[in-house]
Write a protein that binds this ligand. Structure first.
Ligand code: GH3
Ligand code: MG
Ligand code: MG
Ligand code: MG
Length: 301
């Protein structure tokens, strides 16, 4: 049995209270139903409740359903929420206009509640599968961390947010020391286990819910710390270094220590419209290699 919070969220947009009532009766058992009686409210409610599906009337005062749909499709946050038109406009041209705008389905009034339920169910299942694929495509299969694609999406979003808020943003670039020798000595499968262990230890050492970590490449990881300045970044980087060193994963063939260690490059910046996150990454990368040159198992910042 699903708890209320696990039920899929459906936003019903209709100016007629009777339609809202009927749709609520049809859906309330297995869905969290939200309502709006006009397009403006629909956009506002959708932005905060992020529904899984929208049932959208067409004939409404002020903004008609087509216009509401256009606005949803133009908003990066809302554009992927599937929309089903549910309307008394039953001409073929009306239906093609609706589907043309990107709606996933079109139901005419008067509607049959069980058909509405089934069409809603099918669209929600498709949405669930799409969301799952989206999550998997951003996840690294070996470590369960975000992958490079997940990182690219995150930094893009956070970079823009930091510019808007004039808030600092920090990057820690991490690379396992002499990992080629680890693979050579213990075998590739043991190497994979070591990567999983390191990933787990790094992630467990992060402090704030907003801190982000991804597997950046083979044996490289990257942290993004929103709203964090340089002193805090250096403290966290040192904590990460120590977490790996003190796990004491044996690495007899490392020239640094008898255990697995990491080198880190740490950097912080208040992004401006003229700056570029790639530039910050470049500098983090240079610092990482400075840490390597200075003897590994250390933070350069
Ligand atoms: P350095 O201290 O300079 O970083 O030396 P290194 O040996 O760690 O660096 P190098 O770039 O020469 O080697 C990285 C190694 O990481 C080589 C590669 O086989 C290993 N590696 C990358 N991805 C994986 C993986 O998914 N599994 C395993 N087992 N090894 C991996
Ligand atoms: Mg209406
Ligand atoms: Mg490397
Ligand atoms: Mg390495």
């Amino acid at each position: 049995m699903k708890t209320v919070n696990e039920l899929p969220k459906v936003l019903v947009v209709d100016d007629a209270p009777i339609n809202i009532q009927l749709l609520n009766d049809a859906l309330q058992e297995n869905h969290r139903v939200f309502f709006a009686t006009n397009g403006k409210d629909a956009l506002k409610i959708a932005a905060t409740s992020l529904p899984d599906l929208i049932l959208l009337d067409i004939m409404m005062p002020d903004m008609d359903g087509y216009e509401v749909c256009r606005k949803f499709k133009a908003d990066p946050l809302l554009k992927d929420i599937p929309i089903i038109f549910i309307t008394a406009m039953s001409q073929q041209e009306d239906e093609s206009s609706g589907l043309e705008l990107g709606a996933v389905d079109y139901i005419t009034k008067p509607f049959n509640p069980s058909i509405v339920r089934l069409r809603v169910r099918n669209q929600l299942e498709l949405k669930r599968q799409r969301d799952l694929l989206g999550r998997l495509s951003c996840m690294d299969g070996l470590t369960g961390l975000h992958n490079r694609r997940g990182f690219d999406e995150f930094i893009d979003r956070e970079w823009r947010r930091a510019i808007r808020n004039r808030s600092p943003m920090s990057i820690i670039m991490i690379d396992i020391d002499h990992f080629k020798d680890y693979n050579d000595a213990y075998g590739h499968l043991a190497g994979d286990d070591c990567l999983k262990r390191v990933a787990y230890l790094l992630e467990a050492s992060l402090e704030r819910p907003a801190d982000f970590i991804a597997r950046y490449g083979g044996e490289e990881f990257i942290c993004v710390l929103p709203d964090t300045e340089m002193p805090g970044t250096l403290v966290l980087a040192e904590k990460l270094r120590l977490a790996i060193e003190s796990a004491a994963i044996p690495h007899q063939f490392s020239m640094v220590a008898p255990c697995v260690t990491i080198s880190l490059g740490a950097i912080s910046e208040i992004p401006s419209p003229a700056s570029d996150s790639k530039e910050l990454l470049n500098r983090a990368d240079k610092l990482l290699y400075l840490a390597k040159r200075k003897g590994r198992n250390q933070v350069a910042g």
